[in-house]
Ligand binder design. Structure first.
Ligand code: SF4
Ligand code: SF4
Length: 437
């Protein structure tokens, strides 16, 4: 495999579909011992990766093979949960004669899909502070990204689960740029939008979006509609100033947030209770070491599961982390502690988490619709990834066909953008290109 192949992946605009949107051509331009496909899909209610592995198992394996050749990895592992029985059976059938590839079946816990947890489950190694999986000779790729690698075509669709307070939860293959509103309508979503809010992404790490006509990007894995008075919406929309006041008033320093923090459990001394203490006492020296903050992965477990006082240690820790990183704070690439010997028993079962965040009523199937969702209008964002925005190369009024390159990242870190439907460019701004069929 060669730089030609890296160029092809770059041309196709493939980015990590698991959330961060790191350009895949950069990730695969490296050498590793093992390629791990992240099929753990740990965010409650989302049903994308599990169905992709079930229905597109061959492409998952083909993509894994390409990634292994590209990185020189001798081993490929698809890591997924034991409850994805159909996906396991389909993948196992295809892997019968593959000596260098295997499945790693894990428990149904949160956050199993965090790269740190996944790498540890597969290799028994911990990625050091401020490190990446490559530090332990591993490359981690999302399921959908793997399928894009196998297809070797411009990324024009995104697979997305639409669920929550809708009559028919479904998983769509939607052209990039489709509005949330159209997908919600196709699921017979609520008629009176004033009483509902939507979370983009999963319930744990997703954010509340005010604009129901916001467009799907290459990274949008889920839309969850919930009543405005649902505890999750109330917590996620609480103002930071209130969070800080509450921290000062009622954080009792029980340190449950730290005890249950998956990054702390894996040996990275993430200590949200110290961050809370530092803020409550207005004493920066009480915050703890830099490493106790920068290792936070924003999983939200401390906030939505551990804290008995309804505080938001996750948000506060992440805020302090962003501010430290902005100031250029660095820490050594070390693993400060041993993995907690009680890690297995401290894993939070997803079912229990779902009950704790009051989503049990919405924990239902969201079947995959195999045909591409039909839309006549798309708004395609120029920045859907880590790196610089892509620069438009089309003009208003120009006809485009599906798959045409419409914005390029050139030689910068970023990703190319393609037309997701055939039609005419009707609007062009610094942020997006709008195409009408
Ligand atoms: S769990 Fe809540 S109350 Fe306890 S230390 Fe953490 S933030 Fe404070
Ligand atoms: S959000 Fe909380 S539980 Fe998750 S890694 Fe950060 S500090 Fe730990």
């Amino acid at each position: 495999m060669s730089q030609d192949y890296i160029s092809k992946i770059k041309d196709a605009g493939i980015v990590g579909a698991g959330g961060a949107g790191f350009p895949t051509h950069v990730k695969l331009d490296s050498k590793a011992e093992v390629v791990i496909i992240n099929g753990a899909e740990c965010e409650p209610l989302l049903r994308v990766d599990q169905q992709m592995m079930e229905f597109y198992s061959k492409e998952v394996i083909d993509g894994l093979r390409i990634a292994m050749i590209q990185t020189g990895a001798k081993k490929g592992v698809i890591c997924l949960k034991g409850k994805y029985k159909k996906a396991i059976s389909n993948l196992q059938n295809l892997l019968k004669d593959e000596s260098s590839m295997e499945l790693k079946i894990i428990k149904d816990y949160y956050p199993a899909g965090d790269e740190q947890q996944l790498v540890y489950e597969v290799t028994g190694k911990v990625v050091p502070l401020m490190g990446i999986p490559l530090d332990v000779e591993a490359v981690v790729i999302n399921v959908l990204t793997t399928i894009h690698i196998a297809r070797d075509k411009p990324v024009t669709e995104r697979v997305i689960t639409v669920t929550g307070a809708v009559e028919k939860p479904q998983t769509f293959i939607a052209p990039v740029g489709t509005t949330f509103g159209e997908l919600i309508k196709a699921c017979s979503g609520p008629a009176n939008l004033n009483d509902y809010s939507l979370i983009v992404g999963g319930p744990m790490m997703g954010y509340v979006e005010e604009n129901w006509n916001a467009p799907v990007t290459k990274l949008t894995g889920g839309i969850i509609i919930l009543p405005k008075n649902h505890s999750l919406i109330i917590k996620k929309t609480r103002k930071t100033v209130v969070d800080l006041q509450l921290t000062k008033a009622i954080c009792c320093q029980c340190s449950y947030c730290t005890d249950m923090c998956p990054r702390n459990i894996i040996g990275l001394n993430t200590e949200p209770h110290k961050v809370m203490r530092g803020l409550a006492n207005e004493d920066p020296s009480a915050l703890g070491a830099i490493s106790s903050v920068v290792s936070c992965c924003n999983c939200g477990l401390c906030t939505l599961y551990a804290c008995p006082m309804d505080l938001d240690p996750g948000k506060i820790t992440n805020m302090v982390k962003q501010s430290l990183l902005k100031k250029g704070a660095k820490t050594e690439k070390i693993i400060p502690y041993e993995v907690d010997p009680l890690r297995e028993s401290k894993k939070v079962p997803t079912k229990r988490l779902i009950a704790r965040i009051e989503l049990s009523d919405y924990d239902v199937a969201a079947p995959l619709i195999h045909s591409i969702f039909e839309t006549r209008n798309v708004k395609i964002m120029l920045k859907q990834h880590i790196g610089v925005s892509a620069t438009s190369i089309v003009r208003v009024g120009e006809p485009v066909t599906k798959g045409t390159l419409i914005a390029s990242c050139g030689d910068n870190l970023g990703a190319n953008i393609h037309a997701s439907i055939s039609g005419k460019v009707i609007n062009l701004t610094d942020d997006y290109i709008e195409i009408q069929a």
